[in-house]
Design a protein around this ligand. Structure first.
Ligand code: NAP
Length: 348
């Protein structure tokens, strides 16, 4: 794959100490991405840290224009404000930025990409390529298959999103709060909006004037952009649940043409990044625990929507840190290498 490159690729990770940054390093190593120089960037809080990658220790540095010199690809996951500040400097220094944050996703000059769904959009980049929001990313391959099969008319999504989607501090909050409550102690929410232990929160990101949250509208708008269906009817309710890793989604689709659950199951099973786990009578359906640390998008509970003419209901589960962030970003990087799209071409 990425090993087709004749020279190693110089990589910087902005947000290397975060939950997504940590997963990016793991995925680069697992997929044997041909990393040459590696710069690990984070806030001043982490500047004395070192991080191991492929058996070698790397210092953590603060980001600066200087840090991007000689780098081919910047994988950015330090929040939207940092991407707004540093991505232009990185592009100026000759890098391609693959951005995990929401900073540029809806910018018309920035391709928003799930490589297996709309990889062709990558070549149109002007220095920045955006990774979708985690709950959108896992939905895209599933919706693409269903669109090809029956023509999408309307999509209704309810998400069950793990705390790792809100970063390392939210993960710690769930753990410490659960322990405290089991010991009859109080633990006031500091990162999430309300108590998450033994609870769930229908509130991810901020509320907008239309009554939706930003997270919900990201699913709507990003889906329309990635599938190149600007008028597709999409609606979403996004909920944070006390799960550590993996987002789950209850999805209802209305299709133009009738598609049976068996036809949907077969078409989805033929997709290279989807696994169908759908023998519910034998207890076979995906759960977040089973998806954590894995690469596929899992689909189960495929059944007719008895309330609509050409409707199907599905249950979609994937590791938000991998499919929803690090794996998707590294797959974009691999695409750039394979298609010789780096700014400094690989030597022949
Ligand atoms: N978690 C997910 O499933 C997911 C999925 C898709 C996209 N994203 C997006 O990816 C981004 C990171 O998410 P995360 O979950 O990895 O968050 P996180 O665990 O909280 O990590 C945040 C990272 O940003 C760094 N950072 C913060 N302020 C900085 C500054 N002023 N200068 C340089 N670095 C700074 C942090 O460094 P320190 O350790 O030094 O503080 C840390 O490395 C967010 O924009 C998020 O929306 C997350």
């Amino acid at each position: 794959m990425a090993g087709n490159s004749k020279r190693p690729v110089n990589v910087a990770i902005l947000g290397a100490t975060g939950r997504v940054g940590t997963e990016l390093l793991k995925v680069l190593e697992q997929r044997k991405f041909p990393v040459g120089e590696l710069k690990l960037l984070a806030s001043a809080r982490s500047k004395d840290q070192t991080i191991e990658f492929c058996g070698k220790k790397y210092p953590v540095q603060e980001p600066s224009a200087e840090a991007f010199k000689g780098i081919d690809i910047v994988l950015a996951s330090a929040g939207a404000d940092r991407s707004k500040e540093f991505a232009p400097l990185a592009v100026q220094a000759g890098c391609i930025v693959i951005d995990n944050t929401s900073a540029y996703r809806m910018d018309k000059d920035v391709p928003l990409v799930v490589p297996e769904v709309n990889g062709h959009a990558i070549k149109d980049h002007k220095g920045i390529i955006a990774n979708p929001n985690c709950s959108t990313a896992q939905l895209m391959p599933v919706l693409k298959v269903l669109h090809q099969l029956g023509g999408l008319k309307r999509v209704i999504v309810s998400t069950y999103q793990s705390v790792s989607g809100a970063g390392k501090e939210a993960m710690e909050e769930l753990e410490l709060q659960t322990k405290a409550i089991l010991n009859d102690q109080e633990y006031a929410p500091q990162v999430l909006q309300k108590q998450i232990a033994f609870n769930l929160i229908p509130h991810i990101d901020s509320f907008l004037e239309n009554g939706y949250t930003k997270e919900e509208m990201k699913v709507v708008q990003e889906t329309q952009k990635i599938l190149e269906l600007p008028n597709l009817a999409v609606t979403c309710t996004a909920v944070r649940v006390p799960v550590v890793i993996s987002h789950s989604e209850a999805v209802t689709v209305d299709l133009e043409r009738p598609v049976s659950p068996a036809q949907a199951r077969e078409a989805l099973a033929n997709d290279p990044i989807i696994e169908v786990w759908d023998t519910p009578e034998k207890g076979i359906y995906p759960t977040p625990l089973e998806a954590a640390g894995q690469d596929p998008v899992y689909v189960g509970r495929i059944r007719r929507d008895t309330s609509s003419e050409n409707g199907l209901n599905l249950w979609v589960v994937a590791d938000n840190l991998r499919i929803g962030a690090a794996l998707n970003a590294v797959r974009i990087a691999e695409y750039l290498v394979e298609h010789k799209l780096l700014k400094q071409p690989v030597a022949s």
